[in-house]
Design a protein around this ligand. Sequence first.
Ligand SMILES: [Zn+2]
Length: 295
Amino acid sequence: MAQIYRGRFAPSPTGPLHKGSLVAAIASYLEARKHNGQWLVRMEDVDERRNVDGAADCILRSLEAYGFEWDEDILYQSHRKQAYSQALDTLRHQGLIYPCTCSRKSLRAKAAQGEILTGQLGYIYPGLCSDNHFSDFKPADYAVRIKVPEENFGFTDELLKHHSTQNLKHDLGDFIIRRRDGLFAYQLAVVVDDAYQNITHVVRGVDLLDSTPRQLYLQQCLNYPRPAYAHLPLILCENGDKLSKQTGAQDIGDKADSALMVACLDFLGQKPPSGLEKDTLANVWQWAGENWNLI
Ligand SMILES: [Zn+2]
């Protein structure tokens, strides 16, 4: 029997839902429904310092207003620390992780002096602490980094249709999977949760394209299956920045708007017929379901 399609929408509760995140919700939802699959919602609240009180509920109210129906209970990353901790232990038993005591300040100074190279994704961490032993430090004094191989990690994006690859050693260096403040890094949390929820297809914004090779590597280390990936274009502001809560994107609220839904479909290249924006939300969904094509 073929594996059932399982997709997800995974917002961070750093503010209310806005048009950019609605686009990702619509695309992941319609793609899952097209494949008679399941669609899950995961609240990516792992970075507790960035969470905004009430934002998670606000996002869910918006999704409900728009008529999204999710399968299974919502998974909150803030409730998953034990699972992330177990994954960390698995990596530790493999000798893949080490405590890094470098401060941001010291890394910045080394980069300024040219002792550390900087790539497109920031500092290329050269493994300065890779001989450190956990027993020599207190957890509050280190971040945990994972050793990366001198190897390319790549995948062919289902939407972009092109092969994206990174040599983790050359492009990034050993990366942090648990921060010094004790919070688990997004890269680890998302990989553990995608595996836990049996996600087969990830449809998300292209801003996460650069994260994918790190996630493929963690999946390999943890012996998890690899989902398929499709990265959606981002809605940009007038100045070219990604439309986001940080750049002042408007809250879409808890009253659904056919015109906004149609605008999102149009942005996703679906060519909705003119006049659909004045139709009922139910009819917009029906048209979208019948005509959806991830292109
Ligand atoms: Zn270090």
